[in-house]
Design a protein. Structure first.
Length: 285
């Protein structure tokens, strides 16, 4: 697991992974259940909704083999927000569906019809994902034996056996979603709106040091679609406090939360769509 996290970090993404000893301190909680023989993970921000006494990510077989190391990378990909590549709405895959259901109903998977549909056959809608054309080398792609994929023809004959490593496209998307963090950030002052222009997919951070302990409202202005997240700086590390996503809704992102005098907070804004003006404003009061 440590090697897999290190490989994702080595891409240059703007995330820090820290191993902790207290379960309550972990946002990502790794579990093992070789008796169940299944590996799975919550996807992206879904991990924040998993009960603290439950794992967010479970492995069902040894990670010390080459196949197991690919599984470790794959499930961390889910943690970062990546879905299965064969369910990519831009993939154009056509299945021999009954053959897929029959193959995955057999050992070692022993999947029922609904599980196979959810993990393999079901295609994500374009509104659910940010992505590009199908990448058969993606770490998020499964292996498929010959006779399960109808189109493209070459996979029908030869099967699909991805290398089990982070592909160039995986790296490109990870860096887009998690750009390298800047060491210095602008301080956001109360009742002073700050305006800026970002391209879709870009983000910006501001620091807040409240002068009094009370409830504050942090909100965006403008026609842009954004994701707004509040962190508290604890022992030099940003800890998630609250978030709001206004994407696709006719409103602005807003967080109301009690902030404490003497503490330092970080507000992160990620732009999905800049609106007609291209300008977004942020203020707290």
């Amino acid at each position: 697991m440590r090697t897999a996290f290190a490989q994702w970090k080595a891409l240059g993404i703007g995330l820090e992974f820290q191993e902790v000893t207290q379960l309550s301190e972990a946002e990502v909680r790794i579990g093992y259940s070789t008796a169940d023989g299944e590996s799975a993970s919550a996807v992206g921000r879904e991990i924040l909704d998993v009960a603290l006494n439950e794992p967010t990510t479970v492995y069902g077989w040894s990670l010390t083999t080459q196949y197991g190391s690919g599984t470790a990378l794959h499930e961390i990909g889910h943690v970062l927000g990546m879905e299965h590549e064969h369910q990519n709405p831009f993939a154009g895959i056509k299945w021999h569906e009954q053959a897929v259901y029959d193959a995955l109903a057999a050992p070692p998977n022993n999947w029922d019809h609904d599980t196979t549909y959810h993990n393999i056959i079901e295609r994500l809608s374009p509104q659910q994902v940010q992505g590009s054309k199908w990448d058969p080398d993606s770490i998020m792609e499964y292996e498929f034996e010959p006779g399960l994929i109808d189109v493209p023809d070459k996979y029908d004959i030869n099967g699909l056996f991805p290398p089990g490593t982070i592909s160039a496209a995986d790296r490109q998307w990870a860096l887009q979603w998690y750009p390298a963090l800047k060491s210095r950030m602008t301080t956001l002052e109360p009742f002073e709106a700050v305006s800026f222009n970002l391209a879709a997919g870009q983000q910006i951070d501001f620091s807040i040091t409240p002068a009094a302990s009370r409830k504050y409202t942090i909100e965006t202005k403008g026609a842009s679609d954004t994701l707004l997240v509040l962190f508290e700086q604890i022992d030099g590390e940003p800890r998630f406090v609250a978030g709001d996503d206004d994407s696709g809704e006719d409103r602005n992102a807003s967080i109301t939360h009690k902030l404490f005098k003497g503490r330092t907070y970080i507000v992160r804004l990620r732009l999905y769509y800049p609106g007609q003006s291209g300008t977004t404003s942020l203020m707290y009061s």
